[in-house]
Design a protein around this ligand. Sequence first.
Ligand code: C2O
Ligand code: CU
Ligand code: CU
Length: 475
Amino acid sequence: KRMGLGTVAIAAGPSLLTSCMDHGMEGEAPNVEDGIFNNPLKIPQTISSTSTLSAQTAMDTLANAKQTPVLGYGNGLLGPTIRAQKGQNVNLNFTNKLSEHTNIHWHGLVIPATMDGHPDHMIMPNNSFNFQFPITQQAGTNWYHPHLHGLTGKQVTEGLAGMFIVESPEEKALNLPSGAYEIPLIIQDKRINTNGTIQYNPTMAEVMSGYMGETILVNGTNSPFLEVVSRFYRFRVLNGSTARIYNLVLSNGADFYVIGSDGGMLPQSESMKSLLLSPGERADVLVDFSGAKVGEMIYLENKQFSGMGDAQGVQGYKIMSFNVTNAEKDNFALPTALLPFTKLSGATKTRPFKLTMSMGNSREGMHQINGKVFDSDRIDEIVNLGSTEIWEFDNTDGDEAHPMHVHGVHFQILSRTGGRNTILPQESGWKDTVLVAPKEKVLVILKFEHKGKFVVHCHNLEHEDDGMMLNFEVI
Ligand code: C2O
Ligand code: CU
Ligand code: CU
């Protein structure tokens, strides 16, 4: 079952093999070990959108009862869940208590460019920045993380990430499971050294395929379990990994009722047996445990898949367990209609983004968009404020999966051709990140409502840090 990363390079062609050999290939297979699921799932604390936040170093217990030095927005890995109301003004005073520069990008929030956390925006050690912006979008599951060119993968892997949930009165009126029955699940993989430290120093092969850790954490918990009662739950699932794609299933064959995707709620829920989620994507799902027996353990698992590049999906494994502790009746019924959704139309321009590779002798700049590597000073695309466009992410010549993400807008997926030719429920509705698998071409429609300089990039963070990112300016 073990799969060497070497296989990845061989599949990508002889030139890469040569260049990788020059740089020395190391690294074991991304072989996830099944846990024993004896650690209670950590639930990040919740803070309001008018408070303070700092990036700091901390110690956390991630694996083998060893103390791990981590980064976080609190006392351990990750950060608090920020909850904001639609129509509210966010006011977060952020302090960088790290010894390196950082910043915050509010992934999924459609806000002014000056608040968006462009890589140009650096917050130096011991400096503060006051993030102030209005929440104008609908209820949904968003997140926040650093966004520095060349350092994003490292800082996210070391622990800087958190959820940002937008709520609204319309959503409240749906009476979805809340409180103890609404649980964030931030899924991330890490490579943890035997001394407890997190290893993040991508090899050449990992810059190609993406970093794959052997330990899967949920909310920063290794081998977690969650005690549940036999009723409906709402899970806000975030793939917070740098590169690993998940194809989630429940071990008892139960459905995920998908009620929302990246940018908010779907018009109606759709039931799915599996949930494909690439880095940066979110799925808002309901799970009905009412058929489960007390004492039962139901696992959240990754089901083996293919077609996403050789390092992805090569094995199935368990991620966490839901331990059913009590029989409880809820009288929750799935709403037939969720929130209204309007289809975008009337695009005036189609803009191509060709996802390309260049195998040089340098380990930087291999991943490109339209043949270009990120240059912060160069504006690659100019877009008119208020216009609607179709963006074409073209991976027809590619061998790797690229979850493409656009800042400053939400989009809708129009089509996917060349590969699986489907748009999944968690890909419908308002999106900001879309998986573009090898050989695929994906068309999205977007409307630009904020002026300024934003980025479009691959959310495989090793690819992003390698330069797979362009600037666009809305004027
Ligand atoms: Cu979640 Cu530009 O990133
Ligand atoms: Cu983003
Ligand atoms: Cu990519």
